[in-house]
Design a protein around this ligand. Structure first.
Ligand code: URA
Length: 233
């Protein structure tokens, strides 16, 4: 159930500013189901109540957010002819207006945010915002201190510009966490390739302040609430 104040709902539906909405309510131009409501503080259930302004039903786009633990083998797209997409993982949800925020490679697992909130997606993906993305990485060999230093320190991966600084946390000789603030094509794989190592397993474990819920098995997802989104906004 999703409860919200009537006046907020009317503002979100672009009926008018807060003061205009107050006026319209007072004038009896707003109905919730069969009842004229004049008090903007009344809570409505946006899943089941119908709100009418001057007799016409108001529809307010609802912003929705899902945390998917992306499994390997599906693509970060909304449609694909050959493979399952990340939207196919959201079984039982209406996915028509949803899209993944950014891309993970087909063989990468982990946290993928799926939403219909274009503004949030834009902010999270904007190169100017430097949102931190943390990945768990297994390598095909031992990583040296020198390689760690190189990967952290603006490594050149053959693009126009070197990478921005990264943070590497060594977990085992061939396992690390890496935090980057960009989202270039195959970036993590290419950063390690540049020091002669191959990424054999890659999983995103957080984006901004929001971490993957480790109780989600690959392929499982959960809905995120307002509080979760505030952490990442
Ligand atoms: N870096 C990669 O190389 N692949 C991903 O899927 C994400 C980051």
């Amino acid at each position: 159930m999703s409860l919200t104040r009537l006046d907020k709902y009317l503002c979100d539906g672009n009926v008018g500013t807060r003061s205009k909405v107050k006026e319209l309510l007072k004038a009896g131009r707003v109905r919730v189901n069969d009842t004229v409501v004049k008090d903007g503080s009344v809570k409505i259930n946006t899943d089941s109540d119908k709100v009418y302004f001057d007799g016409r039903e108001l529809t307010v786009e609802k912003l929705r957010y899902f945390m998917l633990n992306k499994p390997a083998g599906c693509v970060s797209a909304t449609k694909d002819k050959l493979s399952d997409t990340v939207l196919d993982m959201l079984k039982g949800e209406d996915t028509r207006d949803l899209f993944p925020v950014g891309r993970l490679d087909k063989d990468t697992e982990g946290f993928l945010l799926i939403t219909n909130d274009g503004e949030l997606a834009h902010n999270l993906l904007s190169p100017k915002k430097h949102v931190e993305k943390k990945y768990y990485v297994r390598l095909n060999g031992q990583i040296s201190e020198e390689a760690v230093r190189k990967v952290e320190d603006c490594i050149d991966i053959g693009d126009d510009k070197p990478c921005l600084p990264a943070k590497v946390e060594v977990l085992k000789e061939d396992e690390v966490n890496i935090t980057i603030t960009e989202g270039r094509y195959h970036q993590v794989k290419r950063m390690f390739q540049a020091v002669g190592l191959e990424v054999i397993y890659l999983k995103r474990i957080s984006m901004g302040k929001l971490s993957l819920d480790e109780t989600l098995a690959p392929g499982e997802y959960k809905k995120l609430g307002k509080e979760d989104i505030e952490q990442i906004r």
